[in-house]
Design a protein around this ligand. Sequence first.
Ligand SMILES: Nc1ncnc2c1ncn2[C@@H]1O[C@H](COP(=O)(O)OP(=O)(O)OP(=O)(O)O)[C@@H](O)[C@H]1O
Ligand SMILES: [Mg+2]
Length: 505
Amino acid sequence: MLNATGIDKRFGAVSVLEGVQLTLRAGEVHAVMGQNGAGKSTLIKILTGVIAPNAGTLSLAGQAIAPESPLAAQRLGISTVYQEVNLCPNLTVAENIFAGRYPRRGWTALKAIDGPRMLRETRALLQRLNIAIDPARTLGSLPVAMQQLVAIARALSVDAKVLILDEPTSSLDDSEVESLFAVLRGLRQSGLAILFVTHFLDQVYAIADRITVLRNGRFVGEWTPAQLPAPALVAAMVGRDVALASAESVDAEAPAKQDELEGSTPRLSLRGFGAQRRLHPLSLDLHAGEVVGVAGLLGSGRTELARLMFGLDAADFGTLQVQGQAVRFTHPAQAVRLGLAFCPEERKADGIVGELSVRENIVLALQARAGLWPCIRPTKQRELAQRYIELLGIRAADSDMPIALLSGGNQQKALLARWLATSPRVLILDEPTRGVDVAAKQELMNEVMRLARDGMSVLFISSEIDEVLRISDRIVVLRDRRKAGELPRGASEAQVMDMICEPAA
Ligand SMILES: Nc1ncnc2c1ncn2[C@@H]1O[C@H](COP(=O)(O)OP(=O)(O)OP(=O)(O)O)[C@@H](O)[C@H]1O
Ligand SMILES: [Mg+2]
């Protein structure tokens, strides 16, 4: 259905794709896999007319094509959900789905947008996709996962021969992924060719009929999932075997300082802490040197907890103590001054400043804490940026390039670097591994555990239970915006799942 051969792409002196090929057949789900910065999104942008390749050819159903814009690609029958969702938060769900092709009514020159029809058709579409969202809601008022579903619904609202999804599931939880997959299976049955990018290996094996692997902008190979079991897939992506992050291996490097830290006043302590409609009052202690994992389903109150702790939202009940001192944050700057850091889940809206360089993005929080003056010296800035680029393996041609040009996963790592650079005493991480590749995930988690062993307190929020289990000294489970309980290190995945899902008494 869609064929690409000999694709080269250079940005200035940097070669991003070299001789890449891809064969997408009708009626298949084809996973394109590779590490952060391997060139997956760039390839997709070439297939869909966002950027032009320096060399290579494309064909659709045997006809040579050279789409000059995403709209041109869409007219050819290629529908795409890009990695960074580009919807309009101030419009409604229905308006977003029909943006650019609103249904009209009337017969004068001034045709009005047919609002009722738009709502009706959106409702039908969402129903068909099994998505429970009110079409009249303003998009920005929905959680990220819902917005992601709207972006997918938009792509599915036009007749297409090819559907391209760049990390569509990064914010979805298991049940939402399952309903998306049910839709994709139906579309596959009807002959659609589907290209799918993800960093979740289990999803690849659940849905893909074929896998193409890219490494450093080059084509490594094409396999069926049966030919390429997970460890072989990871090795093909990374070029070597990858060990899972584990507290044991970090402890083996440098023994935990747990003993000396034990018994001291908690670094951070919440008592009956919560807010109307956001979070039922809960109590929680964070000690120095400790990683506390937070598990829970979407909407269970994980992000709300983080935002309240960091002063992004105002708490209505209870107390928050830092090192035994009661404080009431009305602004995150106060939290930052007391040594807190918060890496938010929605990197594009709440995190990166696209026009600023990688370096400026990394020093941003540190500079903010110091005040606007004196400015951190450029040499010092460069040093800091370089240190974190190496530490977290951020793939950037140089630290002066705009951060928007980094691949999605590398932007995520730069955002983490921004907060690590402030040497926080309490680090709150909300889905820090979202969009980060398998190998980099392990490095990132190991680094977080190392910092904790040096005395930092970490609150680690993640939808991936296996990650939470591997990294945490203790696990707090949230359900329906309240604390369901705590589990010690060594708890099993089944125990966590039980607590997550158990209906509230
Ligand atoms: N306009 C640009 N100028 C310079 N470099 C760019 C530009 N666009 C992309 N790159 C670089 O191309 C490389 C490949 O990026 P791409 O976004 O395709 O990676 P990816 O495989 O999608 O990674 P991820 O899994 O993190 O999303 C990255 O190193 C990125 O920094
Ligand atoms: Mg990408």
